[in-house]
Design a binder for this molecule. Structure first.
Ligand code: NAP
Ligand code: ZN
Ligand code: ZN
Length: 351
């Protein structure tokens, strides 16, 4: 298969900075859409993967899975997209299409799902590279349409931060009056507040950062609880139906489980790995409470979310950066200094 050499930004090792790299993309097959990337969001997962926090990164790593761009070419068999159209690509670029998860629009749980970066491109027999790059070639089944009324750069984070919080909100039937809490106000957290609010839930933010209180209220939270303040935590014992926990590092879940109502569920979407401290089963058994996890969302559900955002005029709160600033953006992300998603203007890659 012929390949095209393009510019990208990535890293060759866990302890190296991100820098300009050349990578190969496949030439579009008949089912492929080739997209010139205009904006790419910066997810905390990009940082985890670039630095091998999860232990399975393959280098070089080119992160980025919140992609908005313009179609520059479509293969002969493409029916859904046209050259010149503005489109989006999220965390998934392929899956087996035949397993039960794929048949049920749950491609993210397909044993053979292909991540936008760090996955396996079966056409090239090589790792996939993400959106910190000039262009990307994606099977049309994994390309999304975007609402015309929304700011392009502000759409990008919907593709990961949005869908990762939307999927559990929908699965756990969040709607009018549901008592929802969100742990952590970063990229995922701020989208969770906006989306739960738009679903007419009653929304609380659990945060360690009192200075984010006003922002949380402006985003749609009804209340902010400072999670390190014991009195504030005691006031909300037994209250929530659903908690979406976006914290990226190991932390104690037990104080949050205490704030669940009978039959409530705490959904982990952030930290991946063994919990520290251990979870105490007593309040879970005594109150039929659950701790669950959730991974991004399927393609149909991501399209549903993009359409919902178009209807409700929802985009992410973003700070636009140049690709050359991405290493500094990672350091700010580690200090919880994100308001509330960095989005890279990919034109900067050409400069
Ligand atoms: P982010 O923008 O850095 O936000 C994380 C927020 O968590 C911070 O702003 C902070 O909020 C809080 N926090 C950070 N460190 C903490 C600590 N040690 N203890 C307690 N709270 C802490 O990150 P993000 O992009 O939203 O991503 C969050 C996590 O979700 C990452 O681990 C990412 O890999 C993961 N993720 C998972 C999926 C999935 O499919 N499940 C998809 C995307 C991302 P406060 O200042 O308010 O406390
Ligand atoms: Zn992500
Ligand atoms: Zn499958």
């Amino acid at each position: 298969m012929t390949v095209k050499n393009i510019k990208a930004f990535g890293t060759e090792a866990a302890d190296a900075l991100l820098e300009p790299l050349d990578i190969n993309r496949r030439e579009a097959t008949p089912k492929d859409v080739e997209i010139d990337i205009l904006y790419c969001g910066v997810c905390h997962s990009d940082l985890h993967f670039a630095r091998n926090d999860w232990g399975f990164s393959v280098y070089p790593v080119v992160p980025g899975h919140e992609i908005v761009g313009k179609v520059t070419h479509v293969g002969d068999d493409v029916t859904k997209f046209q050259t010149g159209q503005l489109v989006a690509v999220g965390c998934l670029v392929d899956s087996c299409r035949t397993c039960n998860n794929c048949k049920n629009d749950l491609e993210q749980y397909c044993p053979e799902w292909v991540g936008t970066y760090g996955g396996h491109d079966k056409h090239l027999n090589s790792p996939t590279f993400g959106g910190y790059s000039e262009s990307i070639v994606v099977d049309e089944d994994f390309v999304l349409s975007i609402p015309e009324n929304l700011d392009l750069a502000g759409i990008a984070p919907i593709l990961c931060a949005g869908i990762t919080t939307w999927s559990p909100l929908r699965y756990w039937n969040v709607g009018k009056g549901t008592k929802v809490a969100v742990v952590g106000l970063g990229g995922l957290g701020h989208m969770a507040i906006k989306l739960a609010h738009a679903l007419e839930a009653e929304v609380t933010l659990f945060s360690r950062s009192p200075k984010k209180t006003q922002d949380a209220m402006d985003l749609g939270a009804d209340k902010v609880v400072i999670s390190t303040d014991e009195d504030q935590m005691n006031d909300v014992q037994g209250y929530y139906d659903v908690i979406i926990d976006t914290v990226p590092y190991a932390h104690d879940l037990n104080p949050y489980i205490g704030t669940l109502n009978t039959s409530g569920t705490l959904v982990l979407v952030g930290y991946l790995g063994p919990m520290d401290a251990m979870v105490n089963s007593i309040p879970m058994i005594m109150g039929r409470k659950a701790v669950a996890g959730s991974l991004i969302g399927g393609i149909a559900e991501t399209q549903e979310l993009l359409d919902f955002c178009g209807k409700h005029n929802i985009t992410s709160e973003i700070e636009i950066i140049n690709i050359q600033d991405v290493n500094e953006a990672y350091e700010r992300m580690l200090k919880s200094d994100v308001h509330y998603r960095f989005v890279i203007d990919m034109a900067s890659l050409k400069s």
